[in-house]
Each structure stands twice: as C-alpha cells, then as structure tokens.
Ligand binder design. Structure first.
Ligand code: CTP
Length: 401
C-alpha cells in the first residue's frame, strides 16, 4: 500500500521524537520514501544524523539555508510529497499551524503544502487538556487535518494521562488509511472486539470465552475497503490486523472510554463480548482465604452498555451502528428484541450454544437483522462474514446521507 509513496515527516520538539526512528524504519520497510524536516527543538531529542541514516536522505531544518533552498526550495519540499506527517506534533507546532504562522521551515512547509496533513500530537497532559490546544486542534481538524492519537499513559515528565504520542504502529496504520483506496475511503470506522476482563483483585478476574476473531476480522475487512479504522479490543491472542489502529483495554469501562475517544465515526460495529457486570468493589490487595473456611461473596455492579451508548441519538451518533447478539436459544426472537432495546441499526445474530463451536472457532452462522427484517447467511468462516458485512456497510453508507 505504501510502495513508492513519498512521506514528508516533520519532527517537532518532544521526547516522543525518538519514536520517529522506528516509524521511519517501518515506513521504509513498506517501500515508502521518507524525507524529514526537523525543528531546532527536535534536534535536541534525536540527532539529524540518525534520521538521515534511516531515511537515506538529507535532513532539512533551516528556512534560510542557501544550500537547502538551492537543492530543494521549501515549496518543492512541501509539494513533492504525497502526505505530510507531523510527529510528534507538539502543542507549539499545533498552535503555529492553527494560527497560520510560517516562522520556520516546518511551519512554512505546512502552510505551503497542497497535500493531506496528518498530525500525531504529543505533549504533557495539562497542555493537552488546555482549551487553547483543544481549540487549535478542532480548528485544524475542521480544515481537514487528520489526527492520530494521542493515547493515555505514563509520561516522560512523570505525570499520567492523555498526551502520549500514538505508537509507531498506530501512526503507520493512519498513514496506510490515508492511501487506502476502496468504497470506504474517507469513512471512519470503530470496531469493538474480544472479551473484557473485570478485576476481582490484583490477581483474579472475571472474563468470558470470546476469542476476538470475528471483531478483528471485521476491522481488517473495513480497513481493506479503505475505512480509517480504530479497533478497541480486550485481551486476545491475535495479531493486530493490517492498517488498523488498535487500542487495547481491559474492562468494559475502559472500552467505553476508548470508544468515546474514537468518536466521531461514520460506522460503529460492536462485536466485543462485554462483561455485563463487574465486581462492585474490586480489592486493591489479593483477597486471602480465611481460616474459617468461609467462601467470599462477590457483589456485582452493572457495566455500561457500549452499544446502547453509541446508539443514543445525538450529534456524535454514528450514521450506522451494528451490534451482535450472541444467543444460545430463540436466537431470532432475542436478537430482534435486542436490536430494539439497544437502539442500533443492525444486529448480527449468532448462535453461540456450545454445539455450534462459534465461540473461539473459525466459522460463524449469522442472521443479519435490520429494520426491514432478517436475512439468514449460510455458514461461513469468520473472515468471510466480515467481508460480507463490510461490503454491506459500504453499500449502505454509499446510499445513506
Ligand atoms: N454490548 C455492549 N456493552 C455491554 C454489553 C453488550 O456494547 N455492556 C454489545 C455487544 O458488543 C453486542 C451487543 O451489545 O454487540 C449484544 O451483546 P450480548 O452479550 O449478546 O447482549 P447483552 O446486552 O449482554 O444481553 P444478554 O446478556 O441479556 O443477552
């Protein structure tokens, strides 16, 4: 997908700049040509020498360098690329981009480019949540700038929260999505997959038998048709699908938060087997066996319903919301009721009674239920169910305003 594509990578100042070296390697492995512009601050975090060695090209950094302008003017630099990626995109460069400034080579190139721009923000959590940063990003997004990340986690500044740059694999997936061709090009998709696990204490948990095979296959099929796809998944034993941004979570509440962070999307497919309940008060230390031989009693609390939340009418409701109904008996009746109860557009009903081998297995026998009625599909392997579903989604979104 990336063979012979030309990526102009603008590296701004931030500790996450070191991840760019890995990103460059992965892009090169896929046949892309990478040319880099580094801000002076970026050179404090990674050396231009490393970047030049990995790109096998020179690194551009100075707007007023006669040699640079002679070899490659900044206008040419910005045009001779198929995509401009800013990673890490510091709060500072985002602010300058939003203000239309052109006070160094990076921002001049960004203002002069006629190519799509993708930013991977990276900054301290407070800088990220600052209304000015959020406003700048909203302005940039409204102008068509695409964004990947940031994620949540421990930061180099010893704080914890949002602002960590997306991992190279996620940035790579977002870049691949930019070049994808197909009926879902320009469509944003969200897929949930796998089980959720709910902690009892730091060593024990409650989970279910979902393998994530169907959800992962759907994410792969949507991405293959060109959708910019985010996959929010519980713990599974599966490789990340190609061209998909993967967000790993454990609990249902984490899954809901990750789904909300992925909005707005055009289509959401909830294939995860979300635990309906969590332990009301999970213990912070391991629960010990009492000498008395008494057995512990666990009190449960209801988990949020992700499908129902995404289906709620509102400005962020995806144009199409698809749920699954895993049933062991009265499949059609229960699934039809579930569609109405959850408020989703389609339900993919499947029989998961042990004799079918659906849970954990490779094949699936589903019935697609929409407002018009129910359509039985023949037994298919999960990848084929995914391809058919993705094709049906493409057909429907093509018609839906
Ligand atoms: N689902 C969800 N969040 C939950 C529970 C379920 O998003 N907390 C989604 C699943 O991903 C699936 C659909 O809702 O798309 C139906 O899940 P299922 O387990 O079949 O139904 P439940 O709502 O749990 O109902 P029941 O257990 O009574 O069958």
């Amino acid at each position: 997908m990336l063979a012979r594509k030309r990526i102009l990578l603008i590296i701004s100042g931030g500790i996450a700049a070191y991840k760019c070296l890995e990103l460059i390697r992965r892009l090169r492995e896929r046949g892309a040509a990478v040319r880099c512009v580094m801000t002076p601050a970026a050179s404090q975090f990674v050396t231009p020498m490393s970047v030049a060695a990995l790109t096998e090209d020179r690194v551009y950094s100075d707007l007023f360098s006669l040699t640079d302008e002679h070899e490659m003017g900044h206008i040419r630099l910005s045009r001779e690329a198929d995509l401009v990626v800013v990673a890490p995109a510091s709060a500072d460069i985002l602010a300058r981009m939003a203000a239309g400034m052109a006070n160094d080579l990076a921002t001049t190139t960004l203002l002069a480019t006629d190519k799509p721009v993708l930013v991977a923000p990276a900054m301290n959590v407070r800088m990220w949540h600052h209304p000015i940063t959020q406003r700048n990003l909203a302005d940039l997004r409204a102008l068509g700038v695409r964004q990947v990340g940031p994620g949540e986690g421990a930061m180099a500044c010893n704080e914890f929260g949002m602002g960590r740059m997306a991992e190279p694999a996620e940035i790579l997936a977002a870049i691949e999505a930019q070049f994808a061709a197909g009926p879902l090009k320009g469509v944003r998709a969200l897929v949930t997959s796998g089980p959720t696990v709910e902690a009892i204490d730091p060593v024990r948990y409650i989970a279910n038998r979902s393998s994530g095979k169907q959800g992962h296959a759907i994410a792969a099929a949507l991405a293959a048709l060109g959708a910019d796809t985010a996959l929010v998944t519980g713990p599974v034993n599966l490789p990340d699908p190609d061209g998909v941004r993967v967000v790993r979570i454990e609990s249902a509440r984490d899954m809901l938060a990750a789904c909300k962070a992925a909005l707005p999307v055009d289509v959401a497919v909830c294939a995860a087997a979300v635990a309906d309940w969590r332990v009301a008060r999970s213990a912070t230390s391991k629960i010990k066996k009492p000498d008395t031989g008494e057995t512990p009693t666990l009190a449960f609390a209801e988990n949020p319903d992700i499908l129902r939340t995404l289906s709620r009418p509102g400005k962020n409701r995806p144009r199409l919301v698809v749920g699954f109904a895993a049933e062991t008996d009265h499949v059609l009746r229960h699934a039809t009721e579930k569609r109405a109860r959850k408020g989703c557009d389609w339900i993919v009903a499947n029989d998961v009674s042990p004799a079918t081998g659906t849970f954990g297995g490779d094949s699936n026998k589903v019935t697609l239920i929409d407002a018009a009625g129910a359509e039985d599909w023949p037994p298919l392997d999960k990848a084929e169910v995914a391809r058919r579903l993705a094709a049906r989604i493409a057909e429907t979104l093509g018609k839906k305003p």
